[in-house]
Design a protein around this ligand. Structure first.
Ligand SMILES: *[C@@H]1O[C@H](CO)[C@@H](O)[C@H](O)[C@H]1NC(C)=O
Ligand SMILES: *[C@@H]1O[C@H](CO)[C@@H](O)[C@H](O)[C@H]1NC(C)=O
Ligand SMILES: *[C@@H]1O[C@H](CO)[C@@H](O)[C@H](O)[C@H]1NC(C)=O
Length: 268
């Protein structure tokens, strides 16, 4: 029985190992956490209004011209006179690192696309079109998207990393180790009184270090598999409810549920 389970999980890893993108450059491994080039698909996203930048969180470079993030970051985007600012290849907001790109986007109906078609949904996904196609470098590359629909529904107990920025002006890119878990277990540990809170569009993970908190990352922070760095989720706003309770499951929006939409819009 045990060998059968091992065999099945090996098979699933192979299926999940079919990626859409293959990185052209190897990431820089080792050194300090979130060294430049370690997570080259990370995007840092802010909103500029009246000359003031408010950091809203992270996102990922999904294709040559599209960034994927959480809608909560952009839910008020049509109100007032706002611009979206996106940094690629950066790990530190306070310094001007070599090789980073900065884009300022005036939002309109073709460059900001909400997956629900409505900007009201505060816990869904958004794709942002960059004004130019990106040339891949050591520091800027697209994330690997999963190849099949239901891979991560089966692969609970997958080792993963959550990577992100806080909303702090001086923030540096950080990452944490997590392990994905079954939704049934997640509900029990998150809030057994509200069983409907974890939807099929969610994927849960548990922090390896109980003392760690994921609110560090704000919304839109990606969850990737530890080994191959395949995108599994982006932090849901549900995660932010439990900041004060370290050790509770962290909730993400499950990428496989949005894959068709991402592929269609972002031309992956
Ligand atoms: C939206 O902005 C982009 C530039 O980011 C521009 O190319 C496009 O034409 C604009 N679309 C509309 C409908 O204004
Ligand atoms: C990518 O490279 C081309 C050719 O060198 C250049 O014209 C273009 O501006 C570059 N794109 C970006 C976003 O830097
Ligand atoms: C960052 O977000 C937290 C939680 O929403 C908020 O309490 C805090 O004021 C924010 N900090 C900044 C600098 O915006």
């Amino acid at each position: 029985m045990k060998s059968l389970i091992i065999f099945i999980s090996a098979l699933l890893s192979t299926v999940c190992g079919v990626y859409i993108h293959t990185a052209k450059f190897k990431s820089i491994i080792g050194g300090t956490p979130a060294e430049q080039g370690k997570f080259p698909y990370l995007a840092d996203i802010g909103i500029i209004e009246n000359g003031v930048t408010t950091w809203c969180g992270g996102g990922v470079l999904a294709s040559v011209q599209w960034v994927l993030t959480s809608s909560s970051c952009l839910s008020q985007i049509w109100v007032g006179d706002k611009k979206v600012v996106i940094f690629l290849g950066s790990t530190n907001r306070a310094s001007n690192e070599f090789g980073t790109l900065r884009f300022e986007i005036s939002p309109n109906s073709t460059n900001i696309i909400f997956n629900t078609g409505s900007a009201d949904a505060n816990d869904e996904l958004v794709l942002i079109q960059l004004p130019n196609r990106i040339n891949w470098t050591k520091y800027i590359q697209p994330v690997s998207l999963p190849g099949t629909r239901d891979c991560y529904g089966l692969l609970f107990k997958e080792k993963a990393l959550a990577i992100g920025w806080s909303n702090d002006t001086s923030s540096v890119l950080n990452y944490l180790e997590l392990t994905t878990m079954k939704s049934t277990k997640c509900v029990e540990e998150y809030d057994p009184e509200r069983r409907d809170i974890i939807a099929p569009k969610n994927i849960c993970a548990k922090l390896e270090m109980k003392s760690d908190q994921t609110c560090f990352a704000g919304v839109g922070a990606p969850l990737v598999t530890q080994e191959y760095k395949v995108l599994m989720g982006l932090t849901s706003t549900l995660s932010l409810n439990n900041c004060e309770k370290p050790g509770t499951p962290v909730i993400f929006l499950r990428i496989t549920e949005y894959l068709d939409w991402i592929k269609t819009i972002a031309d992956v």
